[in-house]
Design a protein around this ligand. Structure first.
Ligand code: AVI
Length: 321
């Protein structure tokens, strides 16, 4: 009988310990009201985000894929031949496939994601497509501490595409970059996608698409609270508001209450005034120099930057000092 070598391995990196109800309630009781953007991604929210990435106005995903495809051999060179590639928030591992085309000698790929079932399913599919690649799927919240599997490669490189770094607040970004530098050890690398500052009209359009998918994505958060936390938000009584705040260098998303109203969530009541908002997301945009400065303060040396022709999006390779 032929024995098949198993090239996919499953690991639990950490367990999800956040208490969604207390976190959301705290945010709704704060002034101004806010909810972390991590709560957008229930099943429906993930589907809506997927639809956003295909919109004409939403340039980041398309542009990043273009850069990846154009420069994948240079990126493969930067990653090197004896490195393990670790992806944070790997989802369906779609973007890494472009890189893998240029990395035929990669031996270890470590996708890390919080949605365990989807992660394991995607890892299995990838391991079948790449029989010579060892896939170590780690179910974990990569922003918290997590346990890494034992790897054979000499060096580690983290792949963090999508400009997800832009959804972190500045203090979270610093903490995350320092934590990543520690995981990578000196000489390790970070290949990261970073959205750039640009014409405000382009930014405003990207978060206010004509089809209203971003509006639905934002409002879906209220549906989630109704379903999972027994809230009674009426979706038609809130509107989507997204705009680029130039001084803060970020696109802000809010849900605006269209009238004075009381909301119940679990056994708590929350009052809204007409025009009051729940701040649901910040998406920070950077110049290349700004990003280099922050990364430099967190222990990284910038090695290489790749951009599209309009300089709307950037991919960086940085090394830990
Ligand atoms: C996931 N993240 C990088 C997206 C962004 O552009 O900040 C989330 C998003 N929000 C509205 N549209 C897309």
């Amino acid at each position: 009988m032929k024995t098949v070598k198993q090239n996919v391995h499953y690991h639990i990196g950490n367990e999800n310990e956040t208490d969604m109800y207390s976190e959301i309630l705290n945010g709704l009781k704060s002034m101004p009201k806010s909810i972390s953007p991590k709560y957008f991604y229930d099943k429906k929210g993930s589907e809506l985000f997927e639809a956003i990435t295909m919109l004409r106005e939403y340039y980041p995903t398309r542009t990043e894929l273009f850069i990846l495809n154009k420069y994948k051999y240079e990126m493969a060179d930067a990653v090197g031949t004896d490195s393990a590639l670790i992806e944070f928030g790997s989802g369906s591992s779609e973007k890494v496939r472009t890189l893998l085309e240029a990395m035929s000698d990669l031996k270890e790929y470590v996708p890390i994601d919080i949605s365990k079932d989807f992660l394991y399913q995607s890892a299995r599919a990838l391991s079948i497509e790449y029989p010579d690649l060892n896939v170590h799927a780690v179910s974990a919240d990569y922003t918290a501490e997590f346990e890494m599997p034992k790897l054979d490669s000499k060096r580690k490189v983290v792949f963090f595409p999508g400009s997800t770094i832009g959804n972190f607040e500045p203090h979270e970004m610093g903490k995350f970059l320092k934590q990543t530098a520690e995981l990578l050890r000196p000489g390790g690398g970070l290949l990261i996608g970073v959205d750039l500052k640009k014409d405000h009209a382009v930014l405003n359009a990207a978060y206010n698409d004509k089809k209203g998918i971003t509006r639905d994505f934002n409002k879906n958060l209220l549906n989630r609270l109704n379903r999972e936390l027994l809230a009674n938000f009426k979706l038609e009584e809130f509107s989507h508001h997204a705009f680029y705040h130039a001084e803060k260098g970020r696109v802000e998303m809010h849900l605006v209450s269209l009238k004075d109203q009381m909301i119940t969530i679990g056994n708590e009541e929350i009052a809204f005034e007409e025009g009051e908002t729940i701040h649901t997301e910040n998406s920070y945009k950077f110049t290349i120099e700004e990003f280099h400065e922050i990364a430099g303060l967190c222990g990284f040396t910038p090695k290489k930057v790749w951009c599209d022709e309009k300089r709307w999006f950037s991919m960086h390779f940085l090394e830990v000092r």
